[in-house]
Design a protein around this ligand. Structure first.
Ligand code: NAD
Length: 348
């Protein structure tokens, strides 16, 4: 018996595999990933030869590949992270998001239900985002009963997948849990999301793009804290339930970017403020949600979880990691991601 981690070669997935191999001394893990432009075996290098870990390359939307991996490894638990994950890309190519995020999730659910039949000692954990709830005004926070109102093709595809997961619990009795989490940051994040974009471009002395005037507000969670929350919900979350996860670190994009650039100056012993000259405001992303914030009372009260890493500590660790791992950056950055970023920002 083993737990299948889909999307394991991505940012959160690879951090989760490392976390779970340490946390669960007796469990086998099978990493399943298509290795798209954002998934890299380099992210799993540290555990490549671990005796309780295997990697299988495959597509969650490919029924044959999913059936084979579930049966061959006697999978009795799934933590499903595989997804197209970049909002800007979803605006340019939404069908890729429908295929991997919606069709892929349904294929996985169907094959899990087929294999598990009426077993209750199994678990399907769907990893989702706070973006399914849409945008907040100046007050309030998302919570488990917040109405769904996705605004981007990415968040719409994640919302659809959440609904299918819920339906497989209600209709077919699959023991599911769903987690909706705020923005993650930390080591191994592909350099197309805000924080690694800022760090990598500033390291190279390139302009740092900021949408609009940088007034949008996000809640940031250090990826290791997310992994701890995911493991807890997988272990002890109530079947059929959703748990909201957040960092309780809300900040405007422009303040965050300034903080990262100052940290980079500090780490490179340059006068604080030097790197801020790289900031360039660019035309806002269409449909850009204004504010996200999360009420984490349920996971705190039921499972005793709260974020352990404050933003200052997490950003310092993340900047240090990227400075120490420029070779990783050279491996994962490819022509596809470079040309997407160049044409996207040129159009802003
Ligand atoms: N990054 C965040 O801030 C955040 C926050 C909340 C939830 N999430 C969710 O967590 C999950 C992981 O996000 P991430 O930031 O690590 O993304 P990522 O892009 O770094 O990783 C996604 C992984 O999924 C793989 N993948 C994509 N399509 C696939 C397919 N059809 N079959 C198999 N593998 C496929 C990719 O190769 C990649 O390794 C996603 O489901 C995302 O919606 C992310």
């Amino acid at each position: 018996m083993a737990v299948l981690i889909t999307g394991a070669a991505g940012f959160i997935g690879s951090n989760l595999v490392r976390h779970l191999l340490k946390r669960w001394p007796d469990r086998d893990l099978v990493s399943f990933d298509l290795l798209t432009y954002s998934g890299h075996l380099a992210n799993l290098q540290e555990v490549a030869t671990h005796r309780r870990h295997q990697f299988v390359q495959g597509d969650v939307a490919d029924r044959g590949a999913v059936r084979t991996v579930l049966e061959d490894h006697d999978i009795d638990g799934i933590i499903h992270l595989a997804a197209e994950s970049h909002v800007d890309r979803s605006i340019v190519d939404p069908m890729a998001f429908v295929r991997s995020n919606v069709v892929g999730t349904v294929v996985l659910l169907q094959e899990a239900a087929r294999l598990w039949r009426d077993r209750t000692d199994v678990r399907f954990h769907h990893v989702s985002t706070d973006e399914v709830f849409g945008s907040l005004g100046d007050d309030g926070a998302f919570h488990e009963d917040h109405p769904y109102a996705p605004n981007s093709p990415y968040s719409a595809s994640k919302a659809a997948s959440d609904h299918f997961v819920r339906a497989w619990n209600e209709t077919y009795g699959v023991p599911v849990v769903i987690t909706n989490c705020t923005n993650n940051y930390g080591p191994y994040q592909f350099p197309e999301k805000l924080i690694p974009v800022v760090i990598s471009r500033a390291i190279d002395g390139d302009p740092v793009p900021v949408y609009g005037r940088g007034a949008n507000i996000r809640d940031w969670l250090y990826v290791e804290d997310h992994c701890d929350a995911l493991a807890l919900v997988y272990e002890r979350g109530r079947p059929g339930h959703t748990y909201c996860i957040g960092g309780e670190n809300t900040i405007t994009n422009i303040d965050l970017v300034g903080m990262i650039l100052d940290e980079l100056d500090r780490a490179r012993s340059e006068p604080i403020g030097t790197s801020r000259s790289l900031i360039r405001f660019v035309e806002d992303r269409p449909g850009h949600d204004y504010r996200y914030a999360m009420d984490i009372a349920k996971i705190r009260d039921e499972l005793g979880w709260s974020p352990a890493t404050d933003l200052t500590t997490g950003i310092a660790a993340t900047v240090r990691w990227y400075l120490d791992n420029e070779a990783w950056m050279d491996i994962v950055q490819n022509e596809d991601s470079q040309s997407f970023a160049d044409s996207w920002y040129a159009s802003r």
